[in-house]
Design a protein around this ligand. Structure first.
Ligand SMILES: [Fe+2]
Length: 486
């Protein structure tokens, strides 16, 4: 490993100590809980002047010339499919090409590009395709194939080559070259296949970060595989079902989501939930902040193992599935059946859907779900869980599932009179009765809260649901800070 990466390795222990001390300072006892009735239809009216996501340019033609020129220089040809105005100063531009390849480019209004991602036939590169973690080795610039040097010169607009590396990929050798220019305050790194095809462009700092972060499937298995003994979804469901169902008591489950890496809130929540003795807990996703195996190890299982006295039912969120969308860490932890599945307990059917990863074709999955719902025993309650909220519920549109898919999804829920749909992704508590079905967003597990849902919604929380012969009863458990203690 070259000196640059060694330095990062030396800094890592310090960084980890810093993070740990930060978590340790805030004692979880500062959170207190308040239990109340469910429901929160409130959302603040949108103030366009404050909306960071406002789309200033709806047509590519309206882009400043400097932006269009830079995009054409780096990603010539193709068709602009979509433009997202991301904050007041940035765009994300999606392009597709006749051969089915696609790409997206992140660019500032000034024309400075800070990231390009290539999407091959709707699939990002798989783990290890960029390069295997730790396999990079510095090489002389003269050793880089001539074709790659020419392409890098053209694509960067610079001829000031600084360094080069090779790294092992799953199917090929990756060549990485670093150049000056093109980015402010940073150099740029390009990763190529050996035949000269560009795989990734990034700021050099980001590329180095990537080199440190990418794991091979074997490394993921080594770290997370052991958790499968306890958390494999088939095992968990068997454990739930092995407990005799008492019709007098009914079934109690908890729903929460978006804990990511807020340890004080997540730990408080796990302790509190354990006291409520649910039959199981459904997490609507974003179990971690980035889907690195270390995060699963530390932020999810590290806490669950310590506090858990409940059966854990996961939903895959967009933060759980990795850059490539293949959900490798997630599947390694929870087993091959953990993305889309259902189980019956008591007098209810519980259906868990993956509307985030690239492993699932969600349109096909909806057809399967149609069958699961049709075949639900007569008189059973039906509950459905997913991560992204439906985007056709207007107040959730800004942070939701694709609109067309949302319409198919909600139509299916209505067709089968689903009793309740629970989703996450929006970091708040928000409810809606939409086309005859009750929906709850419960994403208050620790991630930074969305502010517009009022005092009942923009707060850390989870839901308790009791299903008995009498019906469905929900309770909202809010966690709030006790200022006196702090
Ligand atoms: Fe999310």
């Amino acid at each position: 490993m070259n000196g640059k990466f060694k330095n990062i390795n030396r800094l890592l222990p310090l960084l980890i100590i810093f993070i740990l001390s930060g978590d340790g300072c805030r004692k979880s006892s500062v959170y207190q809980e308040r239990i109340s009735e469910p429901g929160n239809e409130y959302v603040e009216p949108v103030d366009p002047a404050r909306d960071d996501n406002e789309q200033l340019f709806t047509e590519y033609d309206q882009f400043p010339n400097v932006v269009k020129q830079k995009i054409e220089q780096v990603l010539p040809g193709g068709k602009v499919d979509n433009i997202v105005h991301w904050g007041p100063f940035r765009y994300v531009v999606y392009k597709s090409y006749p051969d089915g390849h696609g790409s997206k480019i992140y660019i500032y209004l000034t024309g400075i590009i800070y990231q390009v991602a290539f999407i091959n036939g709707n699939l990002m590169e798989r783990p290890g395709m960029f390069f295997e973690r730790g396999s990079e080795r510095e090489i002389a610039l003269q050793s880089v194939p001539r074709k790659i040097m020419i392409n890098a010169g053209k694509q960067s607009g610079s001829d000031n080559f600084l360094r080069a590396w090779i790294a092992v990929s799953e199917q090929d050798t990756t060549f990485i070259v670093e150049l000056t220019g093109f980015q402010e305050n940073d150099t740029t790194a390009f990763a190529y296949r050996s035949d000269g095809i560009l795989k990734m462009l990034s700021s050099a700092a980001r590329m180095r970060e990537g080199l440190e972060r990418l794991w091979t499937p074997a490394q993921i298995e080594e770290l997370l595989g052991p958790y499968r003994m306890k958390y494999n979804i088939d095992t968990v469901i068997n454990r739930i079902k092995s407990k005799p169902y008492d019709p007098q008591k009914g079934c109690r489950f908890v729903v929460l989501g978006d804990s990511r890496r807020n340890l004080p809130v997540w730990e408080t929540m796990c302790r509190s939930i354990s006291n409520k003795k649910p039959d199981f807990v459904v997490d609507t996703g974003d179990l971690v902040n980035e889907s690195e195996p270390e995060q699963y190890d530390r932020y999810l299982f590290g806490v669950l193992d310590k506090y858990e006295k409940f059966n854990f039912i996961p939903v895959a969120g967009n933060h759980d599935i990795g850059l490539d969308g293949q959900a490798t860490s997630y599947l390694t932890s929870f087993g091959p059946n953990s993305l889309n599945y259902f189980f019956d307990y008591g007098n209810a059917r519980f259906i868990i859907l993956d509307n985030c990863s690239r492993v699932t074709d969600f349109t096909k999955q909806l057809e399967i779900t149609d069958r699961w719902l049709s075949q639900t025993p007569e008189g059973y309650y039906k509950f459905v869980f997913a991560h992204y909220p439906p985007g056709n519920v207007e107040k959730w549109f800004y942070h939701a599932m694709d609109y067309e898919l949302s319409e198919k999804f909600t139509a299916l829920m209505t067709k089968h009179h689903v009793d309740h749909v629970f989703v996450g992704h929006i970091h708040a508590y928000s409810t809606a009765h939409f086309q005859g079905v009750d929906y709850s967003v419960t994403g208050g597990g620790g991630a930074e809260l969305h502010k517009q849902y009022g005092p009942r919604g923009s707060i850390f929380h989870y839901l308790i649901v009791d299903v008995t012969k009498e019906g469905i009863k929900q309770q909202l458990v809010q966690l709030y800070k006790n200022d006196r203690v702090e």
